[in-house]
Design a protein around this ligand. Sequence first.
Ligand SMILES: [Fe+2]
Length: 440
Amino acid sequence: MSGYDRSVSAPEHDLGPETVWHLQMPQIRFGRNAVEELGFQLADLGVDAADDPHGLVVTDETLADIGHVDRVTDHLEDAGYDVTVWDGAEREPSIENVDRCIEFVRANEGEAGYDFYVGFGGGSCIDVAKATRAVIANGGQVLDYIAEPTGAGESLTESGPPLVLMPTTAGTGAEISPVAILSVEEQDIKEGISSNHIRADAAVLDPTFTTTLPPETTGKTAMDALGHAIEGYTTHPFDGLLRASDPETRPVYAGRTELTEMFSEKAIQLLSSNVRTAVHNGDDLEARAAMLKGALFGAIAGLTAGASLCHAMAYPVGNRYHTYHGETIAVLTPASTLGYNVASDPERFVRVAEMLGADTDGLGTREAADRARAEYVRLQRDLNVVPSGLNELAGVTEEDVDWLASQTVETQQRLLRCNPRPVTEADAAEIFRDALYNWE
Ligand SMILES: [Fe+2]
């Protein structure tokens, strides 16, 4: 098991490499007009319309204004479900934003809350829905479940009543992930509530809701999805990580397996071959469906195997400059995942290059592996909506690089642990420098 010293040979263990992997997912329902099966989905989760259950749809104002929310509530009402809409979810939601949703729930339904929840929208709406159900089911307030020192660090012990999530962007994978990401306003940081109890019971993915997504958001969320797929494909194999002392403590990001690799490969192909059409011709439902499916597959792979260096670097950038997550991933991927990490396993990156559409005929392994970066940058330039680097994204300069590097190494070990190549602070600084300008 050479090459994985940071994990398998950690000083405090006597366990050896991991031997078991595990996949936990919500029920998944996918396809055009899948919204029509929402009532069936709830019934399948044990919510019987004959019992007169009350449900809450958590969403945002934009989706309510353009009529998408009505489509959801109409189908629920037709199936006999009584629903209330809360459309106060905000972009990159704060703890206070979730607290407002929780107050709404308790004011209407008391401490027990609603009988079921539907999160409808982008990653923000979905995370507010996940966190709201979790806090109502476990009692107290959001901060009780945020890690110390920001919060009290209590564990969730209850999942609560059924939660169904319907994503309207093809990117974050929040509909299947076991985490809700919230910003802490006064501290300029983001914190996650991470637990299998916060995971939804079902994800209903209907591409007909995604055709109204503007080109910019389409491109940027796609880059997040592609990041999950490529990072998942190139992270540690699960048996290169330290064995969990018991199944309960096995990390959420547990390394790649043959199963996650299959999903990564399909995701990289679907996303990279459809994103140009989805951005430039948003009404193309086939391309939109391919993107939604690609994002789902990327999440199944990346959010199980583990996001790595690029996501680790993206959090300090997002915290300091309040940049959009997908856009941050987009500008950092060439220098990190497809630059620095290539040396960890060049042959694997040759396959990435080929899946992205690069022609590697007649090239040596390392040269072919480097084509992944060139092909990815070409794709970004074709989209017209991705900034050329950290400098254009947020005015980041050479002077900011050391601070970003120290933050990455000090605060993101959970993600760096999965990275296939060790990263020192000096390495991170060099990678940030490389990401200032991906093209002129
Ligand atoms: Fe991400």
